[in-house]
Every structure is written in structure tokens, then in C-alpha cells.
Design a protein around this ligand. Structure first.
Ligand code: 5RP
Length: 263
């Protein structure tokens, strides 16, 4: 593997333990104002020292993140539709590789929608990005989006994740489902889980631990961190599960202790 690609991958997945806590704060690209991200600087910037990587749009990066930020960036490069659209997940490119490189990214993220009428559009545009990623040594994080009408089960997630890897993804972000270990077995690149809708904190920590146990290398988590009652304590608790092998119970205890003392 090319040195640049390897170097950037090491900025996303920690070489020490091969794990990662990616902080996903890209929701505005299709949701606009999002609870927890409205006052982005106030909520998100204090989380950055505890994130191995932050995943966001170029607009959020330029407007909210100071250039001396040391947290590596995974840039969202697909989008172009909104929650008001009938074809919400029919995403195309929203940035060029040239701009991504100018922003000094550690990686890029592109959502694909397998099984939709328009799957060919997202898959071919994704593949074009994978070509650029190889050319410039930039890791591609494929996000397996799921349409409302699709069943979120191991069979579907494995199908979408394996296709993403076959087409050129370096990392796959997908949803945690029962039988996740079978998905991980079938996907030849590191897998991280999305957090999904906000869950009670103990459940989000349990899901994280189960995903790691099943072979995921970490999380690319958003709402379950920044919509937690205490986001800084929550990201520290997630880190404890991912990097320090805490059980979910130990991590929730840590969360409560940190909350009490104002993290
Ligand atoms: C959509 C995305 C999101 O914008 C985001 O990254 C999801 O994070 P979470 O579900 O943990 O809030 O990838 O497919």
C-alpha cells in the first residue's frame, strides 16, 4: 500500500490498538439544523480532543473548526439531497478531490444506497471517488445508507458493505445488526458502526461493546454522543469501551462519575 494512503489510514484508525472513535457531525448536509449541532462550536469543539477523527462537511470545517485543530478530518463528499426530497439518499458529489486535499483531509466519506432504483448512480459515482482515492492516497470511508423501505438486517448490511469493499472502500461504516460477526467476516476491510438515532446512554455503550466484540474496529458515532446529556462525558465513556476495553457497565459508571464532577 502506498505510503500516503497508509499514513492517512493511521490518522483514522489508531495504529496502537487498531481501533477508532470517529465523531460524526456531518448531519447538516441533509438535515440542516440538527439538535446538538445548532451551536456547533459550543457543543462539538470541546469533543474534538477525544475524537480520533472528526467526520464533517467542508462548510462546517471552514466555519467552525479552527485550523490549528489536531484532530484528523474525514470529509463528507457525497450529498446533494435533503430530508425534504423524495429521493433523499440519491446522493452525488458535493466537493472535489482537489478541495478535499486543500483541506488536508485524512479521508473522505461517501454514502451509497444499495437496492434503490438509483443504486447505479450512487455506486458509479462512489467508484469514481475510489479511483481518485487510489490516485491521491486518500482513504475512502463508504457509508451504507439504508432506505426507509429496506430491512435493516445482517443480510442487507452484509450485501451493501461487501459491495462497498469490492468497489474500493478502505473502511466501511454500517449499522449494527444482529449477527454482526457474520457481516465482519464477509467484509475484507475494517468496519465501523454508525450510532443511529439517540439511544439511552447505557444502550449506546452496550451497542458499541457488542460491535467491537463482533469484530468492528470502532464507531463513527454522532447523535449518541453529541445529543447525550453530557457529550464530553459520553465521548470519554465511548473511548473507554473502544480503547480501554471497559465493559458497557464500567463505561456507564465512568460516564456518571465524569458528569457529576463536570467531566
Ligand atoms: C448518514 C450519516 C450521518 O450523517 C451520520 O454520520 C450518522 O451518524 P449517527 O447515526 O451516529 O448520528 O452517515 O448516513
Amino acid at each position: 500500500m502506498d505510503w500516503g494512503l497508509k499514513n492517512r489510514l493511521n490518522r483514522i484508525i489508531r495504529p496502537g490498538d487498531g481501533r477508532t472513535v470517529m465523531l460524526a457531525v456531518d448531519h447538516g448536509y441533509f438535515m440542516g439544523p440538527t439538535s446538538g449541532l445548532d451551536d456547533f462550536r459550543k457543543t462539538i469543539n470541546p469533543l474534538l480532543p477525544y475524537a480520533d477523527t472528526v467526520m464533517l462537511t467542508r462548510g462546517a470545517l471552514r466555519n467552525y473548526i479552527p485550523p490549528d485543530c489536531e484532530t484528523p478530518v474525514v470529509l463528507r463528499v457525497s450529498g446533494g439531497t435533503s430530508i425534504l426530497s423524495k429521493e433523499l439518499l440519491r446522493e452525488g458529489s458535493i466537493v472535489t478531490m482537489e478541495d478535499a486535499l486543500r483541506l488536508n483531509v485524512a479521508g473522505v466519506a461517501f454514502s451509497i444506497l444499495v437496492g434503490a432504483d438509483f443504486e447505479r448512480d450512487t455506486l458509479l459515482e462512489f467508484t469514481r471517488w475510489c479511483d481518485d482515492c487510489q490516485k491521491y492516497g486518500v482513504p475512502m470511508v463508504a457509508v451504507t445508507a439504508v432506505g426507509k423501505e429496506m430491512v435493516r438486517d445482517e443480510k442487507y448490511m452484509s450485501l451493501a458493505s461487501r459491495i462497498a469493499a469490492e468497489l474500493g472502500a478502505h473502511i466501511v461504516k454500517t449499522y449494527f445488526v444482529d449477527g454482526f460477526e457474520r457481516l465482519v467476516e464477509k467484509v475484507p476491510v475494517p468496519v465501523v458502526i454508525a450510532g443511529g438515532k439517540k439511544l439511552p446512554e447505557p444502550e449506546a455503550l452496550r451497542m458499541t461493546a457488542q460491535a467491537l466484540h463482533a469484530g468492528a474496529v470502532g464507531v463513527d458515532m454522532g447523535r449518541n454522543i453529541f445529543q447525550a446529556e453530557d457529550p464530553v462525558s459520553m465521548i470519554k465513556a465511548v473511548r473507554a469501551v473502544v480503547h480501554e476495553k471497559h465493559t458497557p457497565e464500567e463505561a456507564f459508571k465512568l460516564y456518571n462519575e465524569l458528569r457529576k464532577k463536570g467531566h
